[in-house]
Design a protein around this ligand. Structure first.
Ligand code: NAP
Length: 242
């Protein structure tokens, strides 16, 4: 199951996991978007389930997961991908936007992981991949709350691994650098930012979302059976270079 997979990185990861042989549960808040995404995956030959719900509603999350597990089958792999960005100077950053951003980027990881994790613990097996960011390690002007949220996701990942590795689960983070998606479309269109990014990134360019898939498949497979609490950066080297 990939949260927020109606579009963007989540959808591409769902496609990559399907190509690697997984059955896919698509989740998104927008039901119509799930229709399109599910159709594309079905056309690829994948087995797809649609599970629309708001990942920030803890009660709804628990109900949806329990019902799916009881009526359809086990969720073996969870990718906590749903997330948002909001830019404003920190001194003007609206409190309600801060709260909403934290709820979507951090609380939802806890809500969905708790709901899925208890079934995984009972089976003594499961993979959880939490989508972090280059902002887990580095700050940028006007996105301090996002930076805080993605730092929290990485530390939550360590805590989840510490509590649940003993039950046979592997919980890791996947930290994308700058990738071309809906979330970054304004930055991609900004010639100054793109020039800055190309200069700043050792690989010299934006990432293509297809380049995230291998890391996600690795963290979702037996190949990572002794990898726990790790954050894997896929960022063209931006976090190792000044
Ligand atoms: P995106 O294109 O906005 O996709 C996120 C999806 O999640 C959207 O379909 C969104 O729906 C959905 N969503 C929002 N709120 C939700 C909720 N409450 N419940 C369920 N689904 C919800 O974003 P993206 O660029 O693919 O980013 C995906 C993840 O990667 C995020 O965690 C982001 O922080 C992280 N990331 C992205 C980049 C990048 O370069 N793009 C880099 C580093 C990390 P709506 O559009 O209707 O809100």
């Amino acid at each position: 199951m990939v949260t927020g997979s109606g579009q963007g990185i989540g959808f591409q990861l769902a496609c990559g996991l399907a190509e690697a042989g997984a059955e896919i549960i698509l989740n998104d808040i927008a039901e119509d978007r799930l229709e399109n995404a599910a159709q594309k995956l079905t056309d690829m030959g994948a087995t797809v389930y649609k599970l629309p719900f708001d990942v920030t509603d803890a009660n709804l999350v628990a109900e949806k997961i329990d019902t799916f597990e009881a009526e359809v089958g086990p969720i073996d792999i969870l990718v906590n991908n749903a997330g948002m960005q909001y830019r404003a100077p920190l001194e003007d950053f609206p409190e309600d936007k801060f709260d909403f951003l934290m709820k979507l980027n951090v609380n939802s990881v806890f809500y969905v992981s708790k709901a899925v994790g208890k079934h995984m613990i009972a089976r003594k097996a499961g993979k959880i991949v939490n989508i972090c960011s280059v902002q887990t390690a580095l700050a940028r002007p006007s996105i301090a709350p996002y930076t805080g949220s993605k730092g929290a996701v990485a530390n939550l990942t360590k805590g989840m691994a510490t509590d649940w590795a003993r039950h046979g689960l592997q919980i890791n983070g996947l930290a994308p650098g700058y990738f071309k998606t809906e979330l970054t479309s304004a930055l991609v269109a900004d010639a100054d930012f793109t020039a800055w990014l190309s200069n700043r990134t050792p690989a010299g360019r934006w990432g293509d979302v297809s380049e995230l898939v291998g890391a996600c498949v690795f963290l979702s497979s037996k190949a990572s059976s002794f990898v726990n609490g790790h954050v894997l950066y896929v960022d063209g080297g931006i976090t190792v270079s000044v």
